[in-house]
Design a protein around this ligand. Structure first.
Ligand SMILES: [Zn+2]
Length: 131
């Protein structure tokens, strides 16, 4: 099943599956073997997930989302005197690190799913020729 075949999921479905850390083609197999290392092949449909390189996309997206979500809170907290500076700084750092750790694998899933669905994976032309 190539990314463009009729029974292939839509781009939105593939991305949702990637965000859920599932195979973008079948939605059944796991996407990542560890925290960020993709599995070689989907355990359900044998999609070669390990060949899809997300490169710098996931960290870029993680930092963009984290920065935009935390910036208003940072302004509010540091403009008011509700919290001592050391406590506000500590809380913002912990929140930023926690958000990055939570978002990074999902961003990787999103990029892997989008790359596969848009046919930018290394063997997507071979897959298309085989179907
Ligand atoms: Zn699969």
């Amino acid at each position: 099943m190539s990314p463009d075949s009729e029974d292939s999921p839509s781009l939105a479905t593939s991305i949702v599956r990637g965000l859920r850390l599932r195979c973008p083609r079948c939605g059944e197999g796991r996407l990542l073997a560890g925290y960020l290392r993709p599995v070689e092949h989907c355990s359900s449909c044998q999609l070669p997930i390990g060949e899809i390189r997300a490169d710098d996309g996931p960290p870029w997206l993680t930092l963009i989302v984290t920065g935009h979500l935390l910036a208003p809170f940072m302004v509010l907290i540091f403009m008011s005197d509700a919290l001592p500076l050391w406590l506000a700084t500590t809380l913002m750092c912990l929140l930023a690190v926690g958000m990055c750790l939570a978002l990074l694998p999902r961003a990787k899933g999103l990029f892997i799913a989008a790359i596969w669905k848009l046919g930018a994976a290394p063997h997507s032309e071979e897959d298309s020729a085989a179907d």
